[in-house]
Design a protein around this ligand. Structure first.
Ligand code: IPE
Ligand code: IPE
Ligand code: MG
Length: 253
């Protein structure tokens, strides 16, 4: 067994890990290849990390696969990414199902081409009763899109008289997010040496531990995931309190 894996405290795992899978294009360029070659190889990392999370018993894994802003990339890359997405989902849906993994999608599905939506709907249907890892694909997603949508929908409910302004609290707001059924991520990983959030889960990451690595996404494997989890387990999460308070609480628990 991997030495890193042995070091992980299985009683102190993040329930929800979110990953910004970045660096495919640069990985490909570094090898003198086209950017799509990088995306193609990134799929192998997705398989490996999904398997790693399922083996560990992580409950939720959210993968940022395509942002709202990524629609502005050159058309050939957008088309290539959509095709890769559809082919991958088609090939992997059965494997996900066999491994008791439930697929979810968050994002503006209205932007996706019809054939992609159809493939996704089928995979969602096939895996909907599974009780193992929840694999959340963020597709055509951005935090600002999500918050704007939530505000509009809340305003609509108020206008219809189904919700009072005074009733709007954090729980109500959460219900209007695309992640209403998931806990907030405790650990957010970004690959490829970029230190930013790029419009990912802006509300939900409020108290997430952030982990950045220079490894490009196509090179990211279970061992890298274990490293991130170990780093997470060494941190003190204070949520605004003092270190002393947190230590006292953990003793009394
Ligand atoms: C991440 O890799 C995948 C997507 C955004 C779809 P990039 O395509 O952003 O690769 P870099 O960051 O340009 O290297
Ligand atoms: C964020 O990566 C989106 C995904 C990984 C899907 P980008 O490569 O699009 O982000 P920026 O442009 O470097 O901030
Ligand atoms: Mg990038």
């Amino acid at each position: 067994m991997s030495q890193l894996l042995e070091k992980i405290d299985k009683g102190h795992l993040p329930r929800h890990i979110a990953i910004i899978m970045d660096g495919n294009g640069r990985w490909a360029k570094e090898q003198g290849q086209d950017r799509l070659y990088g995306h193609f190889h990134g799929v192998e990392s997705v398989r490996n990390i999904v398997e790693g999370c399922a083996e560990l018993g992580i409950e939720y894994l959210t993968l940022y696969a395509f942002s709202t802003e990524n629609w502005d990339r050159p058309e050939y890359e957008v088309v290539g990414l959509m095709e890769l997405l559809v082919n991958t989902i088609r090939q992997e849906a059965e494997t996900l199902h066999k491994n008791n993994i439930r697929l979810h999608v968050i994002g503006d599905m209205s932007m996706l081409p019809g054939y992609a939506k159809k493939e996704l709907d089928e995979a969602l249907e096939i895996t909907k009763k599974n009780t193992g890892l929840n694999l959340v694909m963020a597709l055509s997603y951005s935090g600002r899109w999500e918050l704007l949508n939530a505000v509009k929908n809340i305003a609509h409910e108020v206008k219809q008289g189904r919700l009072q302004v005074e009733e709007i609290d954090q729980d109500v707001l959460q219900r209007f997010l695309t992640t209403s059924n998931f806990p907030d991520p405790e650990l957010m990983i970004r690959t490829s040496g970029e230190y930013r959030i790029s419009n990912f889960l802006l509300y939900q990451l409020a108290y997430a531990e952030l982990y950045f690595t220079n490894v490009r996404w196509p090179d990211f494997r279970k061992e890298n995931l274990y490293e991130a989890i170990l780093d997470f387990q060494g941190r003190e999460r204070r949520f605004g309190k003092t270190g002393e308070q947190v230590k006292k609480e953990s003793v009394s628990q």
